[in-house]
Design a protein around this ligand. Structure first.
Ligand code: FES
Length: 143
């Protein structure tokens, strides 16, 4: 085989292999990406979150509230359906950890679905829910 052709094929195949590997890695890295969060400092009233922060891969946005001990999780359940939960375990008031599939309490192992319902005990009650509505492209959570 012509040495120039061999060099070309080797370089082209290397590039294709790199692109295929990158294509396999990017979705995996996206699922490990940190959850989207916004910061606010509201004791009571409305907090607004842009609907544009929610994507096919990211159905949960955390509101980190400087005026509260617990974060608030805003979850997109369907295209125009959102719910907001206090990130406080209903068992003994430990802060929860949010994941893309639900919420986990590392105190005694309770877990909750993205709908705020108990998935694993010892917690027996659903998460505290805040009123939440969608106006145009803004999700408004009332504290
Ligand atoms: S405080 Fe969360 S499981 Fe006990």
């Amino acid at each position: 085989m012509n040495p120039e052709r061999r060099a070309f094929l080797k370089k082209a195949c290397g590039t294709c292999a790199a692109l295929l590997t990158l294509g396999a890695i990017v979705p995996a890295v996206q699922s490990c990406a940190p959850l989207m969060s916004i910061r606010t400092d509201v004791k009571s009233g409305d907090v607004q979150v842009s609907k544009l922060l929610f994507t096919a891969e990211n159905k949960l946005v955390l509101i980190r509230n400087g005026s509260s001990e617990f974060d608030i999780a805003v979850v997109q359940l369907a295209e125009n359906s959102f719910k907001a939960f206090e990130m406080q375990c209903s068992h003994q008031a430990n802060p929860l950890v949010a994941t893309r599939t639900g919420f986990f309490c590392n105190a005694h192992g309770s877990s909750f679905t993205l709908e705020g319902k108990v998935k694993n005990p010892p917690a027996t009650a659903s998460l505290r829910e805040y009123p939440c509505r969608l106006d145009a492209d803004l999700v408004t959570v009332t504290l």
